[in-house]
Design a binder for this molecule. Structure first.
Ligand SMILES: [Zn+2]
Length: 337
């Protein structure tokens, strides 16, 4: 196993700085009135994290470049992360973070149409922020090489992949922001799957579903690709998987429907696999992580390792159901139409 060289350390530091660039996305889409200071905005409410934390910590796979570079040598692993540092992105100013998300942060999560819209909006904002910064970081590095230099190739490829995602995500973010500004919450669609168990895992993300859960092709990664939001949260102190999309987004609706049509006893396993496939913001109660089989831990960590390759594209059987990972006992499935 080769150690990380000083040149590689410098590269990682420089690249991470580009990935951490600060911006209030609300201003970018005409929100106005930023208070200037960019905060570490939580993607999963702190009140939710507290419910699965042990002594103020959750278990998660690190997402920063330096630990990822180390794990690529030594193997991917989950570790303790303080809840103050988990799932924060610098993509909103203090004012907008507070005012925009007050209905999510200051009230109980009951999954009203307004709360569903805000969850969807914030997951898309995270995607815009992450993809936009990844696009810029790759472009900055790529510019250092001549177009004929083979060393430029991986940066150019990463630039194209992230750029395409950023364009699609920005379109959806703009549409979501208009819905919020005009309080047109009837445009949100959702599938809410409730379970009867002690919460052990939380997750937040937005992704472009290429296939549904049984492997039917839904769409390609185009500039117009549809996004779906996926959250695993707690409602009334019980787990719930929440899919959100905007009216008219057929690939997203078909993904959610195919998920909900699977047998109740398989839904937990499918939900956890999807969270590990797509979500940079997935955390667990340590006790639960240690209680699942080593085979499942390896399989889930492999998903994260694959997802960390920019060019990775899920194939049609990315969700496999061979043996159950866990069963939180599905109580009900509701569609918000
Ligand atoms: Zn702002």
């Amino acid at each position: 196993m080769k150690p990380i060289t000083p040149t590689q350390w410098n590269f990682l530091k420089r690249y991470q700085r580009a990935l951490d660039s600060k911006e209030c996305l609300s201003r970018r889409f005409g929100g106005g009135d930023c208070d200037g200071r960019i905060v570490h905005a939580h993607m999963i409410p702190r009140s939710q994290l507290m419910q699965i934390a042990e002594q103020g910590h959750v278990h998660a796979v690190p997402t920063r470049l330096t630990p990822i570079a180390q794990m690529k040598r030594s193997g991917f692993t989950a570790e303790e992360i303080g809840i103050g540092n988990f799932s924060t992105l610098q993509c909103f100013c203090a004012r907008h973070d507070k005012t925009l998300f007050a209905p999510l942060e200051d009230a109980a999560l009951t999954l009203t149409r307004q709360q569903l819209t805000l969850l969807h909006y914030r997951a898309l904002a995270a995607e815009v922020y992450i993809r936009g910064n990844a696009e810029d970081a790759a472009a900055n590095e790529g510019r250092k090489y001549l177009s004929t230099d083979p060393q430029r190739e991986p940066f150019y490829e990463a630039f194209q992949i992230h750029s395409l995602a950023a364009i699609a995500a920005e379109e959806h973010l703009k549409r979501s922001e208009t819905i919020i500004n005009l309080s047109r919450y009837d445009e949100i669609r959702a599938a809410i799957i409730r379970f009867d168990a002690t919460p052990v895992l939380l997750s937040a993300c937005a992704f472009r579903p290429l296939y549904d859960v049984i492997g039917t092709k839904l769409q390609n990664f185009s500039e117009e690709a549809a996004y779906i939001g996926m959250h695993i949260l707690t409602v009334d102190r019980k787990p719930a998987i929440v899919f959100t999309w905007l009216k008219g987004q057929t690939p997203s609706q078909r993904f959610a429907k195919s998920f909900c049509l699977q047998p109740y006893r398989e839904l937990t396993t499918l939900g956890v696999q999807t969270a590990f496939e797509y979500a940079e913001h997935t955390c667990m109660r340590r006790e639960w992580w240690m209680s699942i089989t080593k085979g499942w831990r390896t399989l889930l960590l492999n998903r994260i390792e694959m997802a960390n390759r920019a060019a990775s594209v899920p194939d049609e059987d990315f969700l496999s159901f061979e043996s159950p990972l866990d069963d939180w006992k599905c109580l009900s499935i509701d569609f918000v139409k």
